[in-house]
Design a protein around this ligand. Structure first.
Ligand code: ZN
Length: 214
């Protein structure tokens, strides 16, 4: 079940306070709309009721789809990161909030949280997706040495095609699409050498590089 609490936030545009709903635990099972709002970022958007100004609010939350055995834990500080690591460190013990065979991922941003939802909803292995991201990113750097990439994210396009977006703070975004065949090929080549999918807590570009080294 979702768990929320209300707190007032001071608007930086007009200086007045408005209530904002903090989601301590997000469980979209009873309400698909909640999930859509996580994916769009609306759930994390504060709207001032006085002047209408909007801004993103950053905080820790746990997104859990119990029926699918998936937990994505969003941490926004070093301290909460360490706490999350400790929570899931000993998952075989009875006190653990999730079972050993369930998927747990610690994510560091709302974008990463939405990305994990997209990846697992497509039935993909996030480690293979990160390997594909690493491959395309290295290609991009080869073509354009001075390109600035701040975030690399997986998306599903309008035609249901798979896409990797390279986001950059200067607004010069790029994207590249890849086929399910490419994914299946890499999964076949490398998938068997990877540890069980539920064993990892953090799956990002860094770990993809580790996989490729072996
Ligand atoms: Zn305002």
């Amino acid at each position: 079940m979702s768990r929320v609490h209300m707190e007032n936030i001071t608007c930086i545009a007009c200086g007045k306070e408005s209530p904002y709903r903090y989601w301590d635990m997000i469980d979209p099972m009873m309400n698909q709309e909640t999930k859509d709002k996580v994916l769009s970022g609306e759930l994390f958007t504060f709207t001032c009721k006085h002047c209408g100004a909007k801004r993103r609010v950053t905080y820790d939350t746990i997104y859990q789809e119990v029926a699918k055995g998936r937990t994505f834990h969003l941490v926004t500080s070093e301290e909460s990161y360490m706490q999350a690591v400790n929570i899931y460190a000993d998952r075989d013990s009875h006190s653990s909030p999730v079972l050993a065979h369930e998927i747990v991922r610690i994510v560091l941003s709302q974008n990463q949280l939405a990305e994990k939802i997209r990846i697992f909803d497509e039935g993909l292995d996030d480690r293979i997706v990160e390997i594909i991201k690493a491959y395309f990113l290295s290609q991009l750097y080869e073509q354009e040495q001075d390109i600035q990439v701040d975030e690399v994210l997986f998306f599903v396009g309008d035609q249901n095609q798979y896409e990797i977006a390279f986001l950059s703070q200067d607004g010069n975004h790029r994207s590249i699409s890849f086929s399910r065949e490419m994914y299946d090929g890499i999964k076949k080549d490398i998938g068997g050498k990877l540890p069980p999918i539920h064993q990892e807590l953090e799956v990002d570009l860094e770990i993809a590089m580790e996989y490729l080294k072996d």
